[in-house]
Design a binder for this molecule. Structure first.
Ligand SMILES: *Cc1c(COP(=O)(O)O)cnc(C)c1O
Length: 383
């Protein structure tokens, strides 16, 4: 039955069964570190909660289902999930990644894994040729983010996957911004899908959690080994909250996308706004790719007010009343952020500006409030 379910049904039922003990419709929060054995090794499939936990397992099956994968793995954060992928590599290996990468990923790559002898190349992946140009015999992993944060560049996953396959290189896609509702990278040829479930998948700004989904048994086994050996797992309560979030993912994403469109169009028509970055505009350089690989365009966008400097941008952000000034994204509530001083502060100014993250750039995570209240709020703040 599972295979036949459509996406909206999978968010609710995918990989799930009612609790065998009492028929609980939601998986119970198995807040336990260990499990009774009748004789050494005589257990019901669960020995120790770093290795397996029934609540985490329910979440992992749900994650696999909504990304059209065969295996899901849940971690204590999105970065812990990325960390596990990089532990597939050896010193001397090389990675090709987008140049406007999420700041935390950039920090993990350059400040931790470069020290272990792994080399990273950051290229503008909106032209896929730049990926092929950076490949050499040591290249073992291509790391894609699309749409990118915060410039909303779109990378052609299918085209990058063709290059990765030709050179037998693993392709991982950070699907955090799109969510599995909008985009399913495994279907487009990726080997690994990664999520900061902290964002759209959890959806309520109440949990920090990461995920990997794959559809290859050997790769899954290697990642499960790393998950258990390194131990960056999520707890049962966080697994439960994330599962609850997934059940409304499709409904939330629909509204995020509707509101995102309204806010993007409002800003685009505003005389005091210089530029709006949103993949739904036909003028977006890779709009045709976004249209082909995404179901809709989501609730993330960035913009630059006309003639604004650092101070003017901060003033707008601080004047917002419905949007909350905060890190993060993807929750039901609208958030506004200043990438240059917040999410991307760990990237040197020169590097940042090369990829377009100027001091006047403002990023919005458009929530699911009434769109008109969001527009009214922007109107009073922009003035
Ligand atoms: C937030 C985020 C991460 C990191 O996830 P955490 O859950 O905060 O560790 C990685 N990639 C993207 C695109 C993100 O937005």
């Amino acid at each position: 039955m599972e295979k036949k379910l459509r996406f909206n049904s999978k968010t609710i039922h995918g990989g799930q069964q009612h609790d065998p003990a009492y028929g609980a419709v939601m998986p119970p929060i198995y807040q336990t570190s260990t499990y009774a054995q009748t004789t050494p090794g005589g257990h019901k499939g669960f020995e120790y909660s770093r290795t397996h936990n029934p609540t985490r397992q329910a979440l992992e099956k749900s994650l696999a289902s909504i990304e059209n994968g065969t295996h899901g793995l849940a971690f204590g954060s999105g970065l812990a999930a990325i960390d596990a992928v990089l532990k597939l590599l050896q010193p001397g290996d090389e990675v090709i990644s987008t140049n406007d990468l999420y700041g935390g990923s950039y920090r993990l790559f350059t400040k931790i894994f470069e020290g272990f002898g792994i080399k990273f190349h950051f290229v503008g992946m909106d032209h896929v040729q730049s990926v092929e140009d950076a490949i050499n015999s040591n290249t073992k992993l291509i790391w894609v983010e699309t749409p990118t944060n915060p410039m909303m560049n779109v990378v052609d996953i299918k085209a990058v996957s063709a290059i990765a396959k030709k050179h037998t290189i693993l392709l991982a896609v950070d699907n955090t911004f799109a969510s599995p509702y909008l985009q399913q990278p495994l279907d487009l040829g990726a080997d690994i899908v990664m999520h900061s479930a902290t964002k759209y998948i959890g959806g309520h700004s109440d949990v920090v959690l990461g995920a990997l989904i794959v559809n290859d048994d050997d790769l899954a086994e290697r990642l499960y080994f790393i998950q258990n050996a390194s131990g960056a797992v999520c707890g049962p309560m966080d697994s439960f909250l994330t599962l609850r979030g997934i059940k409304t993912l499709h409904v939330r994403m629909q509204r995020h996308s509707e509101n995102g469109r309204k806010v993007a169009e409002y800003l685009n028509n505003h005389p005091k706004i210089e530029k709006v970055f949103w993949p739904g505009f036909e003028s977006h350089p890779n709009h045709h790719i976004a249209k082909a690989q995404m179901k809709d365009f989501g609730g993330m966008l960035s913009f630059i007010p006309k003639g604004a400097d650092f101070k003017a941008a901060i003033k707008i952000i601080e004047s917002l009343k419905v949007f909350t000034l905060a890190e993060s994204l993807g929750g039901v509530e609208s958030l506004a952020g200043h990438p240059a001083s917040m999410t991307h502060a760990s990237i040197p100014k020169e590097e940042r500006e090369k990829s377009g993250v100027v001091d006047s750039l403002i990023r919005l995570s458009v929530g699911i409030e009434d769109a008109q209240d969001l527009i009214d709020d922007l109107e009073q703040a922009i003035g």
